[in-house]
Design a protein around this ligand. Structure first.
Ligand code: ADP
Ligand code: MG
Length: 478
């Protein structure tokens, strides 16, 4: 039985300076717009940090996924913990932090686990199902148990988990089992807690559905709806680029899923083809919310592979932390170009400088005149970049020249200045998507665009046959 390798948790707890100040009683200074946004994001993550067992039951478990943010949760968590969690002098601070993390995840997870399972009778998403709470407390519930699923072959290995195909013994449905090996000392990785807590509140046709969570001593397994392939594998079958009509459908769905997240102040932060799932019908679903709301983007995965920089915007590469939804929109631009041309747009091979150079070669090296404030960004000060002049984008994506608005939309997505990048909400209304008809803009979140009869994938299905990356012998109960 293949198992994921134990990986250390390298993501820091999300606690910004403003929060620290608030907790120490110092009056907060006047904050800029972006700082306020960052602070709100941080607070909205804090809502999953319980004050104590009692508040664990009360907080963050409302049927609609909404919960009231509570001020000072971190302080309460710190002060309500036993002396072993407070760093005494002479005690290894890292060890104390690990203990704190473990206690935190032990307190938070059961709450999330029961909520997710309770919302999904028979392993099917049912937003109208009620009451969640009663089912979540029932010891007879088949959810959250190992024996409810059988594990089949491996589908993929990502930055912090191994994903298998599986079968639900409850509903006989095929599911995807994302297995995260837990480390005794570290407790549950924060990436996993974030992913679970975020996904339980998101119900959208273009966001992967989380059915259930199984928490055992050594493993945390997320049970997702099974989706046939991901965009990276799909593109391997379309080496010269995806059919322009299908690119438009995939891109619209990607932007639609993001607009839903951004309206809820959730950034994905790790957009790349591997994290976009595509099913037989051509429905695209955002997956892997492990980094959403993380404070910093890690440079290495848990298995110590280098995290790809190809989809990272120049402002973040230059060391800016003042980012917002524009971070995701840059990734959308890169993925758009890659889908249409079949080639990654900025395939940096080495490091941040190499990645930035690839961007400057196409879009021109920024100056204070074109990007006010750029020279103050940490990484810009460190290096002397060659002064490239911008090239016309259409030479890189000639496939888009015939489509009305295609090059314009790509240009609006790939703006060096974050504040100039088009938002997801505006991009949905861009003239490039006009041919899809007005109905796509008024669909309820859980309705797929393919519920509109005129919207159909072109010659896409035949290449959507799943190609598991490895096949294990037989099945094994997880
Ligand atoms: P990680 O956080 O470790 O990167 P992901 O959630 O991105 O994990 O999953 C890793 C890979 O597993 C994906 O790139 C995809 O190929 C596959 N995968 C993930 N979720 C599903 C799913 N629901 N259905 C089918 N395959 C999936
Ligand atoms: Mg991934």
């Amino acid at each position: 039985m293949a198992v994921a390798v134990a990986r250390p948790c390298n993501i820091e707890m999300n606690m910004d300076k403003a929060k620290l100040r608030e907790n120490s009683g110092t009056p907060p200074p006047k904050l800029g717009r972006m700082q306020r946004l960052k602070r709100r994001l941080s607070q909205s993550f804090n809502r999953f940090v319980p004050k104590d067992n009692e508040s664990t039951r009360r907080q963050g478990v409302e049927p609609n996924g909404a919960s009231s943010p509570r001020k000072g949760n971190y302080r309460q968590l710190e002060s309500s913990t036993s002396p072993e969690t407070v760093t005494p002098s002479g005690v290894d601070a890292a060890k104390a932090k690990r203990l704190r993390n473990r206690r935190h995840s032990e307190a938070v997870l059961p709450n999330i686990v029961t909520t997710v399972a309770a919302s999904l009778p028979g392993g099917r998403s049912s937003p109208s199902y009620m009451p969640r709470r009663r089912m979540s407390m029932s010891p007879d519930s088949p959810f959250g148990k190992l024996e409810a699923y059988q594990r089949l072959e491996m589908l993929g290995e990502g930055s912090y988990a191994t994903v298998y195909r599986g079968v639900s013994n409850i509903s006989n449905q095929i599911v995807a089992l994302k297995e995260i090996r837990l480390n005794e000392e570290e407790g549950t990785p924060f990436t996993a807690i974030r992913e679970a807590s975020l996904l339980k509140g998101l119900r959208h046709a273009n966001i992967v559905i989380l059915h259930d969570i199984i928490h055992t001593k050594n493993n945390l397994t997320f049970v997702f709806e099974y989706v046939d392939t991901d965009l990276s594998k799909y593109m391997e079958h379309h080496l010269g680029g995806i059919h322009p009509h299908n690119v438009k459908l995939f891109l619209f769905q990607l932007i639609r899923g993001l607009a839903y997240c951004h309206a809820r102040r959730i950034l994905h932060r790790d957009l790349k083809p591997q994290n976009l799932l595509i099913n037989q019908n051509g429905e695209l679903k955002l997956a892997d919310f492990g980094l959403a709301r993380a404070k910093s983007v890690p440079s290495h995965t848990f298995s110590n592979e280098v995290v790809t920089l190809w989809y990272r915007p120049p402002d973040v590469l230059l060391g800016s932390t003042d980012y917002s939804t524009s971070l995701d929109m840059w990734g959308v631009g890169c993925i758009f170009a890659e889908m249409i041309s079949g080639m990654p747009l900025f395939p940096g091979m080495k490091d941040t400088v190499d990645q930035l150079t690839k961007i400057w070669q196409l879009l021109g090296t920024p100056t204070e005149e074109t990007w006010s404030g750029v020279s103050k960004l940490p990484e810009f000060q460190k290096y002397e970049f060659y002064q490239y002049t911008p090239s016309p984008l259409k030479t890189y994506v000639p496939q888009l020249i015939g489509s009305a608005g295609g090059v314009e939309l790509l240009t609006e997505l790939l703006q060096l200045l974050p504040r100039k990048r088009i938002s997801a909400a505006d991009a949905m209304k861009h003239k490039y998507f006009k041919g899809l008809g007005p109905e796509v803009l008024t669909l309820p979140p859980e309705r797929s665009i393919f519920s509109i009869p005129s919207i159909q994938l072109r010659d896409g299905k035949k290449s959507l046959t799943p190609t598991p990356s490895s096949v294990t012998n037989g099945t094994s109960a997880i």
